[in-house]
Design a protein around this ligand. Structure first.
Ligand SMILES: [Fe+2]
Length: 166
């Protein structure tokens, strides 16, 4: 990462995303805690219950388990930040669909709205990081010749020794 500010932004967002995972897991736990088998079946969670009981298991709404293949990295800072920007938009869109589905549950909708807003902020901060990195990469680079630097240092050192001023 060629830019310290971008590094800090990535660290901040990554830390916050882990907290979001905890919030979503807590919502799922609170919604399923103490649910009867009939309530679980009525909610369409029969297959989930069969595989995981009421434990919190990271998977897509379609049932596909979370894997590292969801993490996009290309070994190129610009491509990686573009992937991050797209991921934030996908997260925002997912929260909006969840809000639609949970529209009659204010205790669920409110934290989902908060999470959606944070994804918008993350998108903006990744954009800020991308602009910073692009500016950094576009800077003109100056290279110093070591011999020239050493000779100048030697001259300066010699001048210091011959200085008559006190
Ligand atoms: Fe995010």
């Amino acid at each position: 990462m060629p830019d310290q500010k971008a590094k800090a932004i990535l660290n901040d967002i990554g830390t916050e995303e882990l907290a979001h995972l905890e919030m979503v897991g807590t919502i799922v736990h609170q919604l399923t805690k103490g649910a009867s088998i009939e309530e679980i079946e009525k909610a369409g969670l029969g297959a989930y219950y069969t595989d995981h009981g009421v434990d919190v298991y990271p998977q897509a709404a379609s049932g596909t388990p979370f894997t590292a293949s969801y993490i996009a990295c290309k070994g190129d800072v610009i491509a990686n930040l573009q992937e991050d920007l797209a991921a934030e938009q996908k997260a925002r869109a997912t929260y909006e669909k969840l809000i639609d589905l949970c529209r009659d549950e204010p205790d669920v909708v409110d934290p989902l709205r908060f999470l959606r807003e944070r994804e918008v902020v993350h998108f903006q901060r990744f954009g800020e990081a991308l602009r910073g990195v692009q500016d950094k990469l576009a800077e003109k680079k100056f290279y110093l010749n070591d011999t020239l630097v050493n000779n100048n240092a030697s001259i300066l050192s010699t001048n210091d020794n011959n200085c008559n001023c006190k």
